[in-house]
Design a protein around this ligand. Structure first.
Ligand code: PEP
Length: 247
């Protein structure tokens, strides 16, 4: 019922030429895949990638600001992203939360603006190692999800993708156990059912993210509630990313 979605978060990697080369190869390699494939390059590569006319691979951004335009030096608006072909935007990534001190209220404003501009947010939630150790994982992800979705309307919810990314698993080579990740993701879906209703909750795609590689993707995709992956490091290499998409 839910189309799986595999998205690559390139973070601050790849100049335009490298981005073009990777996406050309990727688009050809996954042309017949049943899963939705999204690449989120740095802002600087979006316009050139859009001009390539990719057939299968969709484009996303890694962040945006919630204001329409104006004196916000260094920021990029939702409509600027739409203008260069982005369909998705990652919001609330743990690196934004931790390094750039983004809080739930700001992330909520970005989610609302993205939806208004017809961009699909990939909303990231996840616990730190300390929060996991103190048994607070579910509480943290439920709170992050609830706060990010304030004022999101019922008819917009299906356009939101949620990525459950335990922070201790990002870029570390450590992964959550598939069953464990599924339980956390089920609790996110239960939260959506409470905030909206079960039918809407069942339409939302929820990804796992955190050191996903070709050799561990199946463990996650075999779970009942996991609808895809948000992939960092392994999305920088065509062979690995294709390996994940072809799980
Ligand atoms: C990420 O950046 O969202 C991520 C999951 O990174 P990695 O796959 O490298 O752990």
């Amino acid at each position: 019922m839910r189309t799986p979605i595999i998205a690559g978060n390139w973070k601050m990697n790849k100049i335009v030429g490298e981005a073009l080369e990777l996406c050309r190869q990727l688009d050809e390699a996954v042309a017949n895949s049943d899963v939705e494939v999204v690449v989120c390059p740095p802002f600087t590569a979006l316009a050139s990638l859009n001009a390539l006319g990719l057939k299968k691979v969709k484009l996303g951004a890694q962040n945006m600001y919630f204001e329409e335009q104006g004196a916000f030096t260094g920021e990029i608006s939702a409509s600027m992203l739409v203008d260069v072909g982005a369909e998705y935007v990652i919001l609330g990534h743990s690196e934004r939360r931790e390094i750039f001190k983004e809080e739930d209220e700001l992330i909520n404003k970005k989610v609302l603006k993205a939806l208004e501009a017809n961009l699909k947010p990939v909303l990231c939630v996840g616990e730190t190692l300390e929060q996991r150790k103190t048994g607070d994982t579910e509480k943290v992800v439920v709170e992050q999800t609830t706060k990010a979705l304030v004022d999101v309307k019922s008819d917009e919810l299906a356009n939101v993708v949620i990525a459950y990314e335990p922070i201790w698993a990002i870029g570390t080579g450590e992964t959550s156990d598939g069953q464990d990740a599924n339980e956390v993701i089920s609790s996110i879906r239960r939260t959506l059912a409470k905030l909206y209703n079960q039918e809407l909750a069942d339409q939302v795609r929820i990804q796992y993210g955190g050191s996903v590689k070709p050799d561990n993707i199946a463990e996650f995709m075999n779970q009942s509630d996991i609808d895809g992956a948000l992939v960092g490091g392994a999305s920088l290499n065509v062979k690995d990313f294709v390996g994940i998409i072809e799980y």
